[in-house]
Design a protein around this ligand. Structure first.
Ligand code: ADP
Ligand code: MG
Length: 473
């Protein structure tokens, strides 16, 4: 295709350090970027922003964590007129978590724009409050195709002023069977609009989607190229019977602070969780069987370092902005090399090294050969039998998450909780980790050795002048 720009996401591109102020962005946006310490553009931003700002349709492909949100957010914020109370931009996402992440990033980036209203429209929440928010007027909506469709059907969402439509994680929306819902929504958008399609992979369906919904799109593809010294790949041969036990062995040996263990099926996730729990390794899983609140709790615990192992399938893990993974374990080698490359790309981010450890049964050997050929390396085989492991020090995460019943609805803010812990309760700031406030609950990570005492003192004391219920997760 002649309008495709292909580039590689190696640090060579990064270190060239294209600055945001090369772009026609408002002084307010530039100041915000500086405050957020977004010093230079990521490669996908450098490649796509000139295209989106010029008003063209775009198909952009780059791996998770490459900064795709800002790549479209800066463009749609530039076009936005905050004095006009109408929906001017809409972002479709596959899941509520992703929609929440996008909304957060948009709000951060939109800080300098006065009175801007961004709302999230996803299933799992009741319609009525969403309809009320829409009535008050919103500039940007972020949501899942199903729920947006519901609003369109009820007439509570008016898209006549829409000028930018973003399909984020388009590949995953296709995977999840949202094609028809997307088509329904797109047909309700004004024909004269800019459409931006972002995707982590490029399966066949994407081209079809683009042909239908985009107009003369420019394409930007960042070919993945991990720096070898950053991601250290090792392969271990296992038998089918020893596979799950071997995961525990790797964890005890490498002792990574945070690991994402990929399974090929949900059943394998459940089995692995059981095996790890039997080995006293605290792991959590992310799968479609979980209720929304449980999923949120899993992600919160993983992000705040009170769970060091997350077990997931590719579908469950895709798109999540989980940074600083020290290791990725492939419980089974995936038959698709692209997926393997994508999985291991989650470790070794930024300036840190990461382990990519793969367990491989004899029948999966040909898969490793294909991957190695595609990535151009000689697989490094190691022997599990000779792996020394430190089995004396227990494998426990440094933090424990406490759940306080009461959240945004009770007007609790992170500062209230930090204040309660470091004031009356007498703990130090160092003993308190990340604090996450959701609608109904507040989650605070505390150092493992004070967890019990912290529950006691918080329950005995007050948060924001009120007695609260607290429990350790
Ligand atoms: P993607 O959608 O490609 O998976 P995200 O948009 O979620 O990636 O961005 C990943 C992370 O990188 C986010 O935490 C975001 O705040 C951060 N980020 C994005 N752009 C920049 C930048 N130019 N400089 C520094 N950090 C950035
Ligand atoms: Mg994204």
């Amino acid at each position: 295709m002649n309008n495709t720009i292909q580039t590689t996401s190696s640090s060579a591109v990064n270190s060239v350090g294209r600055l945001f102020n090369e772009l026609p962005l408002s002084p307010g946006l530039l100041a915000t970027l500086q405050q957020l310490e977004y010093l230079t553009m990521t490669p996908i931003q450098a490649a796509s922003l000139p295209i989106t700002l010029a008003g063209h349709d775009l198909i952009a492909q780059a791996k998770t964590g490459s900064g795709k949100t800002a790549a479209y957010a800066l463009s749609l914020l530039t076009r936005l007129n905050s004095r006009c109370f109408a929906v001017q931009a809409m972002v479709l996402c596959p899941t509520r978590e992703l929609a929440d992440q996008v909304t957060q990033e948009l709000r951060r980036l939109a800080r300098s724009v006065d009175n801007i209203k961004i709302i999230t429209l996803c299933g799992g929440s009741t319609m009525r409050p969403q309809m009320a928010s829409l009535e008050h007027g919103a500039h940007i909506v972020v949501g899942t195709p199903g729920r947006i469709m519901d609003h369109l059907a009820r007439g509570s969402l008016d898209l006549t002023q829409l000028n930018t439509l973003v399909l984020d994680e388009a590949d995953r929306m296709l995977d999840m069977g949202f094609y028809d819902d997307m088509a329904f929504v797109v047909k309700r958008c004004p024909p004269k609009r800019q459409t931006l399609l972002f995707s982590a992979t490029y399966p066949a369906g994407i081209a079809g989607l683009a042909r239908q919904f985009l107009r003369n799109p420019q394409e930007v593809k960042l070919l993945e190229q991990h720096e070898e010294n950053k991601i250290r790949q090792r392969f271990y041969e296992v038998s089918h019977e020893t596979r799950l036990q071997a995961v525990g062995q790797l964890l005890r040996h490498y002792r990574p602070a945070s690991t994402l263990a990929f399974c090929n099926t949900r059943q394998q996730c459940r089995d692995l969780l059981e095996v790890l729990q039997a080995q006293s390794i605290h792991a959590l899983t992310l799968n479609g069987d979980l209720e929304q609140r449980e999923r949120d709790q899993v992600l919160i615990q993983f992000a705040n370092r009170s769970c060091s192992v997350l077990v997931a399938t590719d579908v469950a893990a895709r798109g999540l902005d989980i940074s600083r993974l020290e290791a990725v374990i492939n419980v089974e080698v995936t038959p698709e090399p692209e997926i393997h490359i994508h999985r291991i790309g989650r470790t070794g981010r930024a300036d840190e090294n990461g382990w990519a450890l793969s367990l491989c049964s004899p029948s999966e050997m040909p898969r490793v050969e294909v991957i190695a050929r595609m990535m151009g390396f000689e697989p490094e085989w190691h022997d599990l039998a000779t792996l020394p492991s430190d089995s004396t020090t227990p494998l426990a995460s440094p933090m424990v998450t406490l759940q306080i019943l009461g959240g945004r609805k009770e007007k609790i803010r992170p500062g209230d909780v930090l204040g309660a812990l470091t004031g009356e309760a007498g703990f130090t700031c160092e003993q308190v980790g990340k604090i996450t406030v959701t609608d109904q609950s507040t989650y605070v990570a505390v150092a493992r050795n004070i967890a019990r005492e912290a529950v006691r003192r918080l329950s005995a004391g007050k948060v924001k002048g009120k007695t609260v219920k607290v429990r350790a997760l």
